[in-house]
Write a protein that binds this ligand. Structure first.
Ligand code: IPM
Ligand code: MG
Length: 365
């Protein structure tokens, strides 16, 4: 099949991880016979520097013409004194809105070889396999009105409509059907009205999925349970802000934020990005972990291109690389040797070729 991917490297370590993820995608295309084409566009602080805005019109146009967008990261401390609307992050938020993907899928998986890299006792985290489904286009991130009333007082608006909750809840239940048939819906229904609405609507949507077990979990309880019993979760459904927070917390079961991918689906064009940020402190030094971006590319193949075999090949290649002991700096223990961003991608690429060759031999026999 033919697939046009718009690459948005962005800031900090974004360009390094996107270079590797696009290389792996190209390789998959060559191995399995798909015509993947790429174009590269500016976003974030890089776009502010070069074009005077965090989301240039050309970037928007290119993304809307693509089949999928693969983004690195945005943000840099040199913009820290700016208002939210003038920061690099505003470009990402505007892009999410424009592309329309309201369901943000963030899997957090404990890869067995990394179980001793997490802050948990290995037996407690072993087997943890969580999918956070985060509502991405509503809630306090976008609620109006917002702003400062004076230098000493500021406000934001938290609002959700029934339709916004319904559509993301359907995605969570549908995903649960592909997994272990459990949804934990997160809210603060004991305090907040939007959470009461959230709970009511999710309960109603659940009726269409009698084979999926729904539980409602308060956000504070959920945060604690992620730390004490991470294996007790399958799909976690959360609003924009709670999902943002919980997805970083869930990263602790993976051993590093650097290995986590994400997909934003349900809109005009799907958007894929690693969960990690731009990490400007390590940018340009080959220290970044490319796995989050590479695993995002695998999600792209599964969800947008509907190529599950190719997606799985990438995921298995990542597992093999980790099982063979390949570590980037974030995954290495103190004093342990580690690979550069590129070297880690090289190991994954070799595993990918190896897997393909073995599949090929198997089919030929
Ligand atoms: C994320 C990030 C973004 C968010 C920032 C960079 C705007 O934290 O993707 O989780 O808050 O959504
Ligand atoms: Mg975040």
């Amino acid at each position: 099949m033919a697939l046009r991917v718009a690459l948005l490297p962005g800031d900090g370590i974004g360009p390094e991880v996107i270079a590797e993820a696009s290389r792996i995608l190209k390789r998959v295309g060559d191995l399995y016979g798909h015509a993947l084409t790429f174009s590269t566009h500016a976003i974030g602080g890089d776009a502010i520097d070069r074009h005077g805005q965090s989301l240039p019109d050309d970037t928007v146009r290119a993304c809307l013409e693509a089949d999928a967008v693969l983004l690195g990261a945005v943000g840099h401390p040199r913009f820290d004194d700016r208002l939210p609307a003038e920061r690099p992050e505003a470009g990402l938020l505007a892009l999410r809105q424009t592309l329309g993907g309201f369901a943000n899928l963030r899997p957090a998986l404990c890869h067995a070889p990394l179980a001793d890299r997490t802050p948990f006792k290995a037996d407690r985290v072993h087997g943890a396999d969580i999918l956070i489904v985060r509502e991405l286009l509503g809630g306090i991130y976008f609620g109006e009105p917002r702003g400062y009333t004076s230098a000493d007082s500021a406000y934001n608006t938290l609002t959700y409509s029934r339709a916004e909750v319904e559509r993301v809840a359907h995605v969570a239940f549908a995903q649960a059907r592909l997994r272990r048939h459990r949804v934990a819906s997160v809210d603060k229904a004991n305090v907040i009205e939007t959470s009461r609405l959230w709970r009511t609507v999710v309960t109603e949507v659940a009726r269409a999925y009698p084979d999926v077990v729904l539980e409602h979990v308060l956000i504070d309880t959920c945060a604690m349970r992620l730390a004490t019993a991470p294996t007790s979760f399958d799909v976690i459904l959360a609003d924009n802000l709670f999902g943002d927070i919980l997805s970083d917390q869930a990263a602790s079961v993976a051993g590093s934020l650097g290995v986590l991918p994400s997909a934003s689906i349900g809109g005009r064009v799907d958007l894929y990005e690693p969960v990690h940020g731009s990490a400007p402190d390590i940018a340009g030094r080959g220290l970044a972990n490319p796995i989050g971006a590479i695993a995002s590319a695998a999600m792209l193949l599964r969800l947008t291109a509907r190529l599950p075999r190719e997606a799985e090949a990438i995921e298995r290649a990542i597992d093999q690389a980790l099982a063979s002991g390949a570590r980037t700096r974030d995954l290495a223990g103190p004093g342990e040797p580690y690979l550069s961003t590129r070297e880690m991608a090289d190991v994954i690429e070799l595993a990918l070729v190896d897997l393909h060759d073995r599949q090929h031999t198997y089919h030929a026999v």
